[in-house]
Design a protein around this ligand. Structure first.
Ligand SMILES: *Cc1c(COP(=O)(O)O)cnc(C)c1O
Length: 404
């Protein structure tokens, strides 16, 4: 066997996700696959376009049907291409096991549904991703699960929301409109002290810049549709946790809700993953360059970017993340209509939702509950892979005529 990281030795690691992962740099992890005779040494994992898999003998079939996760029987449970991606994402994030899904929301809803039952209470941050908030308010209430939304920057707010039936604490750090953080270790400690499980949406920081397991968080979810996919051509999600916790979900909500990722999406995701650390290194620098420039513009009241010293939680950001990605926002006293006209004048920033691909994007925020503190307009920018000098020139020409 050639190569230092034989997949079969690292996969399905023991239950404790805080156990000693070998210190392998993320660039090496995503670039290097060991030689694998099962696929004739193919350097790219083949796409297993199969719904089902057959067996030479009934004895083998019976063995595979006892519920073992490691033998492919049917692609709603186990597809070898998807499984390869899951192993890679678990390694990269430092968790025991991962399961991939058709979208980030499929991963999030599976993670939440598998940890609550009727009569339970959830504490969630108030600036959580909008559809997650809707799932908690409009959907889970139908099944007798209540949620309290709290200011994620205040540990006292978490403490004050605790009820005897609190079973889950749901985090997203940083958030993706105002980029506020939660103190992950403090939240994980609080949850553990009351016997509650913790889930974090880690999409903004990616596995490259933040490892929540290090702080005692139980589950990590990502929308693969953003940085991990990285090329605006996949919708997908992943849920990562200890081997024991993920196996429980595998036998339950994962198989029963059936929101699986296709092998084609898994293959594209593995291609995107090869350059994730490389892209983020560039995107971090470009994002900071554009954010610093915006801080100097007279119509910009405030730039919300955890990597800037002006961010109120910059010290916490430096403590719990090893870098910052390239989605941020700014606030201005100019009305939203004026900022939409500004977005129309931008050439390189295209108008559209989502982020994490090659192309820079702009949206003028529609702020719902949880954003009462934001006055004026909020503009969100995603800095992509274009040269940041070109992006700054673009902002300068679009800003001509705005108050200086
Ligand atoms: C996009 C996004 C999601 C949802 O992911 P989908 O793949 O669109 O379902 C969840 N959380 C955050 C922070 C996101 O940006």
């Amino acid at each position: 066997m050639k190569g230092p990281i034989p997949v079969d030795q690292t996969r399905d690691r023991a239950g404790d996700i805080r156990s000693s992962e070998p210190m392998i740099d993320s660039s090496t992890r995503v670039a290097h696959d060991p030689h694998d005779d099962r696929h004739q040494g193919a350097v790219v994992m083949p796409i297993y376009q199969n719904s089902l898999f057959t067996f030479a003998t009934y004895e083998e079939f019976d063995l595979a049907s006892t519920g073992t996760e490691d033998i492919a029987v049917y692609s709603r449970g186990h597809n070898p291409t998807v499984r390869q991606l899951e192993q890679r994402l678990a390694q990269l994030q430092g968790g025991g096991k991962a399961r991939c899904f058709a979208s980030g929301m499929a991963a999030i809803s599976t993670a939440i549904l598998s940890n609550v039952r009727a009569g339970d209470h959830i504490i969630c941050i108030d600036q959580v991703y909008g559809p997650t908030r809707e799932l908690l308010t409009h959907f889970l209430t139908r099944y007798g699960v209540e949620t309290s939304f709290v200011d994620g920057t205040s540990l006292e707010a978490f403490q004050a929301a605790v009820r005897p039936n609190t079973k889950l604490v749901y985090l997203e750090s940083p958030t993706t409109l105002t980029f506020r953080l939660q103190d992950l270790r403090a939240c994980a400690d609080l949850a553990r002290s009351i016997g509650a499980v913790t889930i974090i949406d880690n999409t903004w920081a990616t596995p490259v810049f933040q490892n929540p397991f290090q702080y005692g968080i139980d589950f990590v979810v990502h929308s693969i549709s953003k940085y991990i996919g990285g090329h605006s051509d996949i919708v997908g999600g992943v849920l990562i946790g200890s081997a024991e916790r993920i196996s429980r979900i595998n036998a339950g909500e994962y198989l029963l809700l059936g929101g699986i990722m296709t092998p084609q999406s898994a293959s594209l995701t593995m291609r995107g993953l090869r350059t994730l650390p490389l892209r983020l290194e560039k995107l971090e620098q470009s994002g900071l360059t554009v954010a610093r420039f915006l801080e100097g513009l007279p119509f910009v009241r405030k730039v919300n970017h955890p990597g800037l010293p002006s961010h109120p939680q910059h010290e916490l950001a430096k403590k719990q993340m090893s870098g910052s990605s390239s989605l941020f926002s700014f606030e201005t006293d100019l009305p939203a209509a004026e900022m939409k006209a500004w977005a129309d004048r931008l050439g390189y920033f295209r108008i559209g939702v989502s982020w994490g691909g090659h192309e820079s994007l702009v949206t003028v925020g529609r702020l719902g509950p949880g954003y009462e503190s934001v006055t004026g307009s909020l503009v969100r920018l995603y800095v992509g892979l274009e040269n940041p000098s070109d992006l700054i020139e673009d902002i300068i020409q679009a800003s001509a005529g705005l108050p200086v």
